[in-house]
Design a protein around this ligand. Structure first.
Ligand SMILES: NC(=O)c1ccc[n+]([C@@H]2O[C@H](COP(=O)([O-])OP(=O)(O)OC[C@H]3O[C@@H](n4cnc5c(N)ncnc54)[C@H](OP(=O)(O)O)[C@@H]3O)[C@@H](O)[C@H]2O)c1
Length: 441
């Protein structure tokens, strides 16, 4: 048996403690598989005597993760602290500069500084592995980096945030309002006390930025992503989608177009009977469309102590075997500048929900505004809501606005936006029009 691989783990929370449990449960089996033991030689966290459900009798303790990162007692630094700046960044930089391999699950850090950290890793001839950073237990990083490396990827997209998918699934299944389900998700610990990061789409955007770079060989460009969250989705949209044969999912989508790459995070309509529509609750999925492989869909737990520890350990095992890859598939110096395809030129069909005042000529004017921008309509449905719980008067008093659902044929985002702005300005609708993109699958 060869020399043990000595691992230093900084951060002993949900993922870090899970990783230590995995080493304890499967250490012997792993050593037999790779031909060398994995030893947790050192650890760091904020509070030394916190009960973590794992034995910390043997590893050396460090109060300061940055000291641990460069310590001679470790070969690999595993960063499981989190955050895009501060100690996580300092410690990762220190480890790479000291010639230590780094494994991290920190998507926020990589979304902000991934290109520079990859350059630093390559300059020092060490690994920067991050399987746990996207979609938890789903092995999507290595799928893109290795298994699909021969393909020209055309699109990669997925459900990348369990909190949002849980909320949308509950709204769908239990006919409940967004705010109500969010409160329950917070009470159950599925959503943070400040949920903005998840429901605003930013967590999905962090993960998408990494998938985009891996798929298209471009520099990590988190700040170039068009991001919309799920806050504006109402029960009326969920019900209308259901009637029209769709489900609403928060998607992160990276699409290769003639003018560059679209990176977008937004709620999207997906066909009810598609595999992605079936991904419910906190489960995640990632779909990849490659020119030789075709379409594939990976589905599984997108977070959690054990699933993420499984992903982190897969990165450690690669290092133990001596299997090194460029962090973003191609050498960091060869990552191409990201060319953003503006969303205005996005082509697709759209769902629109309007609350239209019952006035003579209102619908004709709305259709006219669509026509002016060459937006043609596949269907127009005047909808009575199913029940009072959706917040719109179920019986509709005289003069109350009528919910009208439009589905467009394929058009450009610029055209539909201009048409909806004009419709809003005309004053025949009582609120800002709701617009949801229909994602072709
Ligand atoms: N949770 C998941 O399901 C999941 C899934 C995928 C990726 N991730 C990523 O994995 C990383 C860790 O997430 P987590 O959920 O495990 O976080 P967590 O439960 O909040 O744990 C964070 C750990 O970092 C330690 N820490 C914080 N500041 C520190 C400092 N200044 N010095 C030393 N240690 C410090 C904490 O110490 P104390 O325990 O002493 O407070 C704690 O052990 C994040 O980047 C996250 O985005 C998490």
């Amino acid at each position: 048996m060869s020399q043990p691989l000595r691992v230093g783990v900084a951060g002993l929370g949900t993922v870090g403690a899970g990783l230590l449990r995995l080493v304890q449960a499967h250490g012997n089996r792993l050593a037999a598989t790779i031909g060398r033991p994995i030893v947790v030689a050192a650890v760091s966290a904020r509070v030394r005597d916190k009960e973590r459900g794992v034995s910390l009798a043997h590893p050396k303790w460090f109060d300061d993760p940055t000291q641990l990162a460069a310590d001679a007692s470790i070969d690999v630094f595993v960063e499981l602290i989190g955050g895009d700046e501060g100690v996580a960044k300092t410690a990762v930089e220190a480890a790479l500069a000291a010639g230590k391999h780094v494994v991290t699950a920190n998507k926020a850090l990589l979304a902000r500084h991934g290109t520079e950290l990859a350059q630093l890793a390559e300059k020092n001839g060490v690994a920067l592995n991050f399987e746990g950073a996207v979609a938890g237990g789903i092995p999507v990083i290595k799928t893109l980096r290795e298994a699909l490396a021969s393909n020209q990827i055309r699109r990669v997209y997925g459900i990348l945030n369990g909190t949002c998918n849980y909320i949308l699934t509950k709204m769908q299944d239990e006919h409940r309002a967004f705010a109500d389900v969010l409160r329950e998700a917070q009470a159950r610990g599925y959503a943070e006390a400040d949920p903005t990061f998840d429901i605003g789409g930013f967590d999905t955007a962090h993960k998408l930025a990494l998938l985009t770079s891996l798929a298209f060989g471009t520099r990590v460009a988190f700040d170039q992503i068009d991001v919309e969250g799920i806050e504006a989705i109402t029960q009326a949209d969920i019900e209308a989608a259901d009637d029209l044969g769709y489900r609403i999912k928060l998607l992160g989508v990276a699409l290769l177009t003639e003018s560059g790459i679209e990176q977008r995070v937004h709620p999207a309509m997906v066909p009810q009977h598609s595999a992605i529509a079936e991904v419910s609750g906190v489960t995640n999925c990632v779909a990849v469309d490659g020119d030789f492989v075709g379409n594939l869909l990976l589905v599984g737990p997108g977070a959690g102590s054990t699933a993420t520890a499984s992903a982190v350990m897969s990165d450690i095992l690669d290092i133990a075997r001596g299997a090194m890859s460029h962090p973003f598939r191609v050498p960091a110096a060869k990552l191409q500048p990201y060319v953003r395809a503006g969303l205005g030129r996005h082509q697709g069909a759209y769902y629109v929900r309007l609350a239209v005042y019952d006035r003579p000529g209102a619908m004709a004017r709305i259709a006219g505004r669509m026509g002016e921008r060459s937006v043609s309509l596949e269907s127009i449905v005047q909808r009575r809501p199913r029940g009072a719980q959706i917040g719109i008067n179920a019986r509709l008093e005289p003069g109350a606005p009528t919910p009208v659902i439009l589905i467009t044929h394929e058009t450009t985002e610029e055209a539909i936006r201009q048409a909806l702005e004009a419709i809003h300005r005309d004053g025949n609708v009582s609120e800002k029009p709701q617009m949801i993109r229909i994602e072709p699958l």
